[in-house]
Design a protein around this ligand. Sequence first.
Ligand code: NAD
Length: 338
Amino acid sequence: MPYSVTLIPGDGVGPEITDATLAVLDATGIAFAWDRQAAGATSIERRGEALPNPVLESIRATQVALKGPLETPVGGGYRSVNVSLRKEFDLYANLRPVRSIIPFRSYADLDLIMVRENTQGLYAGVEHFVQIGSDPHAVAESVAINTREGCHRIIRFAFDYAVQHGRQKVTLVHKANILRMVSGLFLEEGRALAREYAGKVACDEKIIDNAAMQLVMRPEQFDVIVTTNMFGDILSDEMAGLVGGLGLAPSANIGSRAAIFEAVHGTAPDIAGKGVANPTALIMSAAMMLEHLGELEAGRRVREAVIATIRDDGVRTGDIGGTASTKEFTRAVTARVK
Ligand code: NAD
């Protein structure tokens, strides 16, 4: 039986890296029944809405999606489809592994995991303007919402991940010195869970600004990082930058009702349509999807093929110092998978 999976190629470089990823998945010999759906700017063009019902119905049915990046208008327009999908399917855990494939700057052998809370905090979508006099935007207010249950389940996810994957330490990243309630609650739950896992997984804590600096200075001191939504969003791009950039950073959005696999990066409008995008991040996200589906051997084969293509064969796209086009890189990975 083929796996039924929702496929959202996305905007910008999305269709190019999706084609590449499908070719690599095809080479594994695992059969998929793809339910192809449009969302984001592509869907606005076709249907006038960014997140049409068929997309939601499809994910409800398949419970698994592979998704390209979706454009979000900056400072207005429609609400982020990514945020809406995470809320709709309660995809509370955003798992972002960051691994060195080739030495980059002074970093050669990093292997870090970011576990980011995906549905709460400042991204809860509770915000408004307040009018004063004739200025309708005189004041802007955004409310950060963290619940005890939300903090508990994301931190438990991080500790369980550490136990299952033989990781040594979980670092709680917070700003409880200033945001005493909204970040304090996260830290309070983290400390309680650290006691529960004592003897199995070590735990330490860092204030977000120090964590950002320590990641640059001594990233090897980290193992699994768990943090709230916005801190995780920013830190994971920083972490991607330690290993060569966004072109290499995969992610999984996991909830109890569905899982969506996507690259960390966005639509890369500056290189879209040029055939030069690095598809590694989406291919590695697809490897995570294979593992989620229980296809551990195929997932490992895809991951190792990508690493060998970049590291041993020296076939690299422009963002990591090579000259290969998206198609050339894909052909090399596909040959390795086969
Ligand atoms: P971006 O990630 O699209 O691009 C940042 C930089 O990284 C650019 O220079 C780009 O060329 C480069 N880059 C990204 N992916 C690459 C790849 N695969 N290969 C080579 N280089 C790559 O970030 P941005 O420009 O801030 O955002 C553009 C759009 O994407 C915005 O509309 C934003 O909202 C959206 N976005 C979507 C997602 C998502 O769908 N999950 C995530 C982030 C941003």
